[in-house]
Structure formats: structure tokens, C-alpha cells
Design a protein around this ligand. Structure first.
Ligand SMILES: [Zn+2]
Length: 346
């Protein structure tokens, strides 16, 4: 078995982390003061308590907390600061490469265009990359409950970054938010815009609601997803598991997020070991680490405990995570080299 402290020190990769769910309370507090935004609390200690999502948090409370962060992500300066600080946090967590995601749709409250919003987040990531060497690429989320035309508008903005292909760039689109009430096919027109484009596709599917398995099928067959976020009931359908393997679709697991949101009762419910033994590639992720007061290491630790895994399995999982990432072929090769150099020799 491996200890939490050992996991913390290991080189890691993360593919499913929401930028707006990863802003640490300290930064929220500082930015709110700087921007004269009223907080529902008077000090950092209280903010930490207010901000944390637990198993007891109601949907309405979740929206309140989320709105607070979003209200701070409306200016070029703040978007850059939040993106930059995120990269510093990744470095502290020993994450070598990450794919961060967010929905530009939420960040036009002060008149920024989607293109300006994306540009400023990329600027923050690039500054972070120069400082730390931690590479981050960006996934653009479509909001499920938004009108399909709005989804198309967001994708068109993302497609404008086609020629912006340095390290730190837009790599894919995602579909996020209210899965229970808005089926994935609602945004087919937006997804279609990315077919035969430079953008890859992932989607949250199989996380919430009564149609989880159906949504996974739609996302694979209709939206042509390259990866799936969550996919909780996928393991119950062997035919679909076989299809996922045949199509080389990567799975983005978010174990602690699923536990906190009551989507599973224990991490064993995800049956991640079945994917491992069937050779289906997956990543382990933190989803909204700051809001959930978790980290990638916490998630990996819990997975190792659930399946009695250690260094051997984590090495395979991380190499597979690099394979299913949306990094370029050259970036993947370099990442693997760096990763293996930093991996402990036993
Ligand atoms: Zn997510």
C-alpha cells in the first residue's frame, strides 16, 4: 500500500478540473476586497466555512457559492490572476500537466466577449507556464441549460483560436452543468461545429439524473466524444464498455466529487478496477478541488485505498492519463519522459 504523503510527492497529471471550482478561498477573499465586492462573511476563516461544499450542501447553496466565484471572474485582470494562481497551485501539487475547463458563457457580466474571456485565461496560464514549467491546456465548457444557439456561439469563439497553437492553448469542448434536466443531444449543433476541426470533444455524462446510461450512449454515438466525464453507470453495460475500448475513449473519473454529490455511496461503486483490468484507459481527477476542499492527491489516495493499489498501478494509470490527454504527440512524449524521470525507483 502507498501512503498519502508518498502520493503527494509523486508526479501527477489532471484532466478534469474546473477553473471556477479551483479558486482557493484566500484568493477569493483578496480579490473581493480589492474589487470591493461584498462577501456574505467578514473574514477568511468564515469564508472557508461558507465556501466549502459538503454532503449537506443543497443545490441552492451550491449555486450561491458558485455565483460568488463567478462574480469575481468578470475582468481581464481577475481572469488572468485566477488562471495564473491556478498554475502555481498545480505546481505545489506536483502536477506536471493539467487540462483546466470553464464556461466563457458565465463571464460576460461586465461586457467581455467570449473571445476576450478565453484570451485572458490563456494569458494567465501562459504566465504560470513561464514561471513554473507546468503546462496547462484549456477545455471550453458549454452550459447544458443554455440555449443551443448560445452553445454554438461559444464553440465559434473557441474555433477562433485555431491558429493560436503554442503550448497553453484551447484543445477541446465539454458539456457541463444540469445533466438531469437537459439531455446532451440538445447541444448537437454546437458539437457538430467541432467535427473535422482542431478541437477535441469531451462531455460530462452519466453523472446526474435518470438517463445517465442513455446520455453516455448519446455522447459517444451522437456527439462523438473523445472522452467521457464521470460515466458512473458505464461499468454496468459490458457492450458499452467494449465500445469505449474499441473507440479508444478515455474516462475522466472524479471519485470524491461523486461521493460528495451523492452520486455514489463508496468509491468501490465506480468499479474502477474493472476498467483497469479490461484495459480501458482512464484518469483520476479532482473536479472542483477548492470548493470541495480536496486535491488530486486525496482522490488518488482514496482510489488506492479502495482497490488496494500502489506505485505499480499509479504508474500505469498516469501513463494512460497522458495517452488520453489532449496534449500533442510531442507534448505527450516529453511528458512521459519527465514523468518517468521523476517517478521513484523502487
Ligand atoms: Zn466536472
Amino acid at each position: 500500500m502507498i501512503t498519502f504523503n508518498q502520493i503527494k510527492k509523486l508526479p501527477k497529471i489532471e484532466l478534469h478540473r474546473h477553473l471556477d471550482g479551483a479558486v482557493q478561498p484566500k484568493l477569493i477573499f483578496d480579490l473581493a476586497q480589492k474589487n470591493k465586492i461584498d462577501l456574505p462573511v467578514s473574514n477568511l476563516k468564515e469564508l472557508k466555512k461558507y465556501y466549502q461544499i459538503t454532503k449537506q450542501t443543497s443545490a441552492a447553496e451550491f449555486v450561491q457559492k458558485f455565483d460568488l466565484v463567478i462574480s469575481l471572474m468578470q475582468t481581464p485582470e481577475n481572469l488572468q490572476t485566477i488562471a495564473y494562481e491556478q498554475v502555481l497551485n498545480l505546481k505545489k501539487e506536483n502536477i506536471l500537466y493539467a487540462e483546466l475547463r470553464f464556461a466563457p458563457h458565465y463571464h460576460d457580466q461586465k461586457g467581455l466577449t467570449y473571445i476576450q474571456v478565453i484570451k485572458n485565461v490563456l494569458l494567465g496560464f501562459r504566465k504560470g507556464y513561464q514561471k513554473t514549467g507546468v503546462l496547462t491546456n484549456l477545455i471550453i465548457c458549454l452550459v447544458r441549460e443554455a440555449k443551443p444557439e448560445l452553445g454554438e456561439k461559444v464553440v465559434k469563439a473557441a474555433l477562433e483560436f485555431k491558429n493560436d497553437q503554442g503550448p497553453v492553448r484551447v484543445v477541446a469542448i465539454d458539456l457541463a452543468c444540469d445533466e438531469a434536466n437537459y439531455p446532451p443531444e440538445r447541444h448537437l449543433s454546437a458539437y457538430k461545429l467541432t467535427f473535422n476541426s482542431y478541437l477535441k470533444r469531451t462531455a460530462h455524462a452519466g453523472e446526474f439524473g435518470q438517463q445517465r446510461l442513455k446520455n453516455i450512449k448519446t455522447v459517444i454515438n451522437v456527439l462523438r466524444a473523445d472522452r467521457l466525464g464521470h460515466a458512473i453507470p458505464l461499468v454496468t453495460d459490458q457492450e458499452l464498455m467494449d465500445l469505449v475500448k474499441k473507440k479508444n475513449i478515455g474516462i475522466e473519473f472524479n471519485p470524491l466529487s461523486n461521493l460528495i454529490c451523492h452520486n455514489i455511496e463508496t468509491i468501490n461503486d465506480l468499479q474502477i478496477d474493472k476498467y483497469f483490468h479490461q484495459g480501458i484507459r482512464f484518469s483520476i481527477n479532482s473536479d472542483d478541488p477548492a470548493m470541495m476542499f480536496t486535491s488530486l492527491s486525496d482522490n488518488l489516495d482514496q482510489v488506492c485505498q479502495a482497490y488496494s493499489w500502489g506505485l505499480k498501478e499509479l504508474k500505469i494509470i498516469t501513463l494512460n492519463t497522458i495517452d488520453i490527454s489532449f496534449a500533442s504527440t510531442l507534448e505527450k512524449k516529453n511528458l512521459k519522459q519527465t514523468f518517468l524521470k521523476k517517478w521513484p525507483r523502487n
